[in-house]
Design a binder for this molecule. Structure first.
Ligand code: B4P
Length: 182
């Protein structure tokens, strides 16, 4: 069973949803950088104040800042972990590689959730989070295409990538993921 997992895919593909299901089923740590940042905003911390506008506009917060969050939360005394929303660019990939070498826990599998753009735009507009408005979604999709999508090729070359059709019902998708975990 794989223990060190990463979910990759555009905003709205279901990364957070599937990562939560998988972490619950296996008692793994679910590390969502987006979720942790939103918590800081809700608590109105210094960090929250710093990132609020950036997130609401759909832009990425600084690499250094998310790296601190990841380092703080990714310890080596857990049963396993699932990264959701990190890394999002090649610089974050390099920082993550350093962290994982340090804790001696290399990535074992990457699930790439693939989905047509029109489906995910609909999903996000229905969800209606503060950053789920048309302007922000446009920015998030552009940033995804420009900076995150190249990671698919990177991880494919390391033979770590598993393709998941994310345009379906939750159960079909999570069954597919479970099967590929073995
Ligand atoms: P995230 O929280 O990662 O948000 P996201 O990319 O939009 O994905 P999300 O998790 O919300 O969507 P999901 O696919 O699960 O990031 C938010 C912001 O934080 C970023 O824009 C950025 O500013 C900042 N940030 C985070 N990480 C960063 C990093 N590494 N570097 C810099 N900045 C960073 O689900 C979407 C919706 O679809 C849900 O409502 C769900 O219920 C629904 N859904 C899921 N599966 C479904 C299915 N099968 N059928 C129907 N609906 C489904």
């Amino acid at each position: 069973m794989k223990k060190h997992i990463l979910f990759l895919g555009p905003p709205g593909a279901g990364k957070g949803t599937q990562a939560a299901l998988l972490s619950e089923a296996n008692s793994y740590l679910h590390l969502s950088t987006g979720e942790l940042l939103r918590k800081e905003i809700d608590l109105n911390t210094e960090l929250g104040k710093q990132v609020k506008d950036i997130i609401n506009k759909g832009e990425l917060v600084s690499d250094q800042l998310v790296l601190e969050i990841v380092k703080k939360n990714l310890s080596n005394d857990n049963k396993g972990w699932i990264l959701d929303g990190y890394p999002r660019n090649l610089s974050q990939v390099n920082s993550l590689n350093d962290v994982l070498i340090h804790i001696n826990q290399p990535l074992e599998i990457i699930f790439y959730l693939d989905i047509p753009e029109e489906v995910l735009i609909k999903r996000l507009l229905i969800r209606g989070r503060k950053d789920d408005n048309e302007e922000s979604i446009k920015t998030r999709l552009k940033i995804y295409k420009d900076t995150t999508e190249p990671l698919i090729e990177y991880y494919k070359n390391l033979s770590l990538l598993e393709y998941i059709n994310a345009d379906g019902d939750l159960k079909t998708i999570s069954d597919d993921i479970k099967q590929k975990m073995a």
